[in-house]
Write a protein that binds this ligand. Structure first.
Ligand SMILES: [Zn+2]
Length: 328
C-alpha cells in the first residue's frame, strides 16, 4: 500500500468511527448538529386540547410549597379528572422527544420555529404511550397523544391531566445550569423559571404579533368582578364573617376556578356552613358563567390575613380580589 492510500483508508476509517460514535453515543446531539429544520414555521399556536371538557388545574409559575418550586407550565384537568382526552400539536414543528420521563410519564416535546426566526419547545406531559415518534414533522392541530389516567403511564398520578410547558430556544439535550433536566415541570430557581413562557400568554402574544388564530374562543375570554377588594376589618377568632362577590366570565373555554387563601373560605350557599370550601369550580354554559359567591373570613390567630382570592379560567387573564382582615 502506498502512503497516500493508507492515509485515505485511515481518514475514511476515522470518518466512519466518528459517525458510529456520533450516532451510537449521542444521536440527539449529532442529529441536531447535522439536520436542517425542514419543518413548517409555527405561524400561530393553539391549546393542545380542544375547547371544552377541561379546566386549568394549576397555573404557570404557581409556587408549589410541597415541592418548594415553581410550576413551569399549565396543568389542564379533564372535567371528570379521568377522561383521556386527545392531545394536539399546539403549532407546526418537529417532535424532538417522545418517550417515558420520570415524573412526567410518557411525554412529547415539540420544537417550533416562529416567524421571527426564534425557537421554542413545547412539552406535553402525563400522556399515554406515544403516538408520535421522534423526528416526525407535525402540523398545528395534529394528534400527538392522549392524556393518561393510568399512574403507570402518567408519572404516578391517580388522575388524568396534561402538563403543557413552553420553553424558549431550540431543542437541546444539555442540562440546565443547576444540572437538572432541561424540560422538567418544576424548578426552585427563578432564573430557570424565566426561560419558560406562560402558555396562555404565549398563545395570545404570538397570535397577536403574527396575526394568527388560536383556533379557540380564548382570545376574547374575560372575567369581570363586582369588586377588587373585600375588607373584613376586625373579626373575632373562629367566628366567620361573610361578604358577597359577583363575577362574570364570557367567551370562556374551560371551567372557572376560584381559590381562597389561608383564613378564607368560599361557597355559593350563604347559610350552609358545610358548603364553604377552599376551591370552587364553575362550568360555563355557552362560554358564559355568572355567579355570586360568599367569602367567609374565619381567622384562627390574632393576626392580619392579607392575601388574594384568585379566579382563573384557561385563556382568560387570571383575576385577583384583595382580601384583608385581622383576627382579634
Ligand atoms: Zn404540571
Amino acid at each position: 500500500m502506498t502512503k497516500a492510500r493508507v492515509r485515505r483508508i485511515t481518514s475514511s476509517a476515522a470518518l466512519i468511527l466518528l459517525l458510529v460514535v456520533c450516532f451510537s453515543l449521542a444521536p440527539a446531539l449529532c442529529g441536531q448538529a447535522l439536520s436542517v429544520s425542514a419543518y413548517e414555521t409555527a405561524t400561530d399556536f393553539q391549546y393542545p386540547l380542544k375547547p371544552g371538557g377541561w379546566f386549568l388545574g394549576q397555573d404557570f409559575k404557581n409556587w408549589r410549597t410541597a415541592r418548594d418550586a415553581y410550576h413551569l407550565g399549565e396543568d389542564y384537568m379533564p372535567s371528570d379528572y379521568k377522561t383521556e382526552l386527545p392531545v394536539y400539536a399546539p403549532a407546526n414543528g418537529e417532535v424532538k422527544g417522545s418517550g417515558y420521563i420520570s415524573g412526567y410519564g410518557y411525554t412529547v416535546i415539540i420544537e417550533h420555529r416562529l416567524s421571527s426566526g426564534s425557537y421554542v419547545c413545547s412539552v406535553l406531559g402525563h400522556l399515554k404511550p406515544n403516538v408520535v415518534t421522534r423526528g416526525t414533522s407535525v402540523k398545528k392541530g395534529q394528534l400527538v397523544g392522549y392524556i393518561s389516567n393510568d399512574p403507570r403511564e402518567n408519572g404516578g398520578y391517580n388522575f388524568a391531566h396534561l402538563h403543557f410547558g413552553i420553553r424558549s430556544g431550540v431543542y437541546s439535550t444539555a442540562r440546565d445550569a443547576d444540572g437538572g433536566y432541561r424540560y422538567r415541570g418544576y424548578t426552585p430557581y427563578q432564573s430557570i423559571a424565566n426561560l419558560w413562557y406562560d402558555p396562555t400568554d404565549f398563545i395570545k402574544v404570538v397570535n397577536g404579533s403574527q396575526g394568527g388564530s388560536s383556533g379557540s374562543k380564548n382570545e376574547n375570554a374575560k372575567i369581570v368582578l363586582s369588586t377588587l377588594e373585600l375588607n373584613f376589618k376586625y373579626v373575632k377568632r373562629n367566628t366567620p364573617t361573610v361578604k358577597a362577590l359577583t363575577f362574570k366570565g364570557t367567551n370562556l373555554n374551560g371551567y372557572v376556578t376560584v381559590e381562597a387563601p389561608a383564613g378564607y373560605y368560599i361557597s355559593t350557599k350563604l347559610n350552609d356552613p358545610g358548603a364553604y370550601k377552599k376551591t370552587l369550580t364553575f362550568k360555563p354554559s355557552n362560554g358564559t358563567v355568572k355567579e355570586t359567591i360568599y367569602v367567609a373570613f374565619k381567622p384562627t390567630q390574632r393576626d392580619y390575613y392579607i392575601s388574594n382570592l384568585k379566579i382563573s379560567s384557561p385563556g382568560a387573564a387570571t383575576r385577583y380580589i384583595k382580601v384583608k382582615g385581622a383576627g382579634v
